[in-house]
Write a protein of this length. Structure first.
Length: 472
């Protein structure tokens, strides 16, 4: 009897393997013809090699379908396999079902329903990179580095990033309960947050004094470059002669917008950023195309560990072209390019296909942008220093299993995150309207330093020329 069962399993496995092989081959050829969101060249795959590599997978798939204690559909198993496949790549490659992909498109357009947080995966947990300003998440007191343990009672450990996003989004007006672990104080607590339409107002601005303008970019959405240009025009109309460009806690966004914001300050024809991947179609250079670029107004750019991706492109370009002085602490270091492709069933794939390089050829990924002037945020008196904020390098090492990031973080030099958390604690006690303050010169020592440098023009010119490397 066992022998017959074994023979039957082998027979079924071979049939399933053969069917799976044809499906995979068909998918390759069909997928190569799609040009829906983005395209890339599909390398030729030897049929025999593909068949052999899929053999064990097909055997396991067949056995699970026929003998697992609970019945699982082909769709469940296939999607599970896809998630597992992408998990071995990097923290930013992800599969999105149709709902998640639709939500992703809404997000890049600058409006979506949810909580208003940028998340990533670290140590197999969902971790907050930064809350978006003026959103339910920020008003609930969530801060960078908070670890999401549960979402509505469902354990978030080993949860795919797109699944986490999907669970936190929902109908406007409904609430979601997050269980948060915060390293500072070693405490776990629940917070109920009411979902809302998150309108990403990506640009805020105002005058610090009669000469100094302030422009903050919260994230790079489809309207950021347009809104930045409008803000700069208005500030100049108010007499602005120098500018503080604040990119702190800006998690990034659209590459196109980062390039178009950069070219507002960099003369036509200069390189803003380049990308390099495995295939030639992923290698490209983006040049400034703005004939009316403002190349004269003195600029200081503020960055910190929450400045990632698109904000690093802007700060890196302005630094390498000696166009601005960079002040703050080293940025996050997320310099990888995700190409998003719509699949045949309306789902989507976000796949890391290249890395960003500054005009001088410096790789951003895992390194970040070093400030010309390092200024750590002051910690309020009586506040205990916290661990260093997470950066892309931590995610890379943790993902690859090269070191114990949790232990290593406790041994690293302490810097800004404790101050951020202390300020958030103070904000929790303040009226809601105080969250809408554009800047706070009294408490923000990094901003104070930026203004000081701008006002001392000799120091500014020296730092600007010494800070950036000669652009290639």
């Amino acid at each position: 009897m066992e022998e017959k069962k074994g023979l039957w399993i082998v027979t079924m496995t071979k049939k399933f393997l053969k069917s799976l092989f044809y499906v995979v081959v068909a998918a390759f050829f069909f997928g190569a013809g799609l040009g829906l969101v983005a395209t890339w060249r599909t390398p030729a795959v030897a049929a025999e090699s593909t068949y052999e590599n899929l053999k064990v997978f097909a055997e396991i798939m067949s056995l699970v379908q026929n003998y697992y204690v609970e019945e699982k559909t082909s769709k469940e198993l296939t999607e599970g396999a896809i998630h597992g496949l992408l998990r071995v790549l990097d923290p930013h490659s992800a599969y999105m079902d149709r709902d998640s992909y639709s939500a992703r498109k809404q997000e890049t357009e600058g409006q979506f329903g949810g909580l208003g947080i940028e998340i990533t995966i670290r140590d197999n947990y969902v971790v907050i990179v930064s809350p978006i300003e003026d959103t339910p998440a920020e008003r609930a007191g969530l801060v960078s580095g908070d670890k999401i343990i549960k979402i509505d009672g469902i354990v978030a450990k080993d949860m795919d990033i797109m699944e986490a996003v999907k669970r936190m989004r929902g109908k406007v007006g409904t609430s979601v309960k997050l269980t948060i672990y915060r390293e500072q104080g070693d405490k776990t607590f629940d917070v109920d947050i009411v979902r809302a339409i998150v309108k990403v107002k990506s640009v805020k601005y105002g005058m610090i004094d009669s000469d100094t303008g302030y422009l903050r970019i919260l994230s790079f959405t489809a309207e950021t470059s347009r809104d930045t240009l409008a803000a700069l025009t208005e500030l100049k109309g108010k007499g602005m002669k120098q500018l503080v460009l604040d990119l702190r806690n800006d998690p990034g966004g659209l590459l196109k917008e980062a390039v178009e914001v950069s070219q507002l300050f960099i003369k036509e024809g200069e390189v803003i950023v380049s990308t390099r991947g495995r295939t030639s179609d992923q290698n490209s250079r983006f040049l400034s195309q703005d004939k009316d670029a403002d190349t004269l107004t003195p600029v200081v750019v503020l960055i910190n560990a929450g400045s990632a991706s698109a904000s690093e492109i802007v700060s890196g370009a302005l630094k390498d072209h000696h166009r601005a002085v960079i002040v703050g602490v080293r940025s996050f270091g997320k310099g990888s390019v995700q190409t998003v492709r719509e699949l045949s069933d309306g789902s989507g794939l976000s796949l890391t296909t290249a890395r960003y390089f500054t005009p001088a050829g410096t790789m951003i990924h895992g390194i970040g942008i070093e400030p010309d002037v390092e200024v750590k945020m002051n910690v309020p008196a009586g506040t205990e220093q916290g661990p260093e904020p997470i950066r892309e390098k931590d995610l890379m090492d943790s993902f690859n299993g090269t070191r114990d990031v949790r232990q290593d973080r406790l041994e690293q030099l302490k810097e800004k995150s404790a101050a951020d958390k202390a300020i958030m604690k103070e904000k929790e006690k303040e009226p809601l309207e105080n969250f809408k303050k554009i800047f706070d010169m009294e408490k923000d020592n990094q901003l104070q330093k930026a203004v000081q440098i701008l006002k001392d023009r000799a120091t500014y010119n020296h730092l600007k020329e010494q800070g950036g490397k000669k652009a290639a």
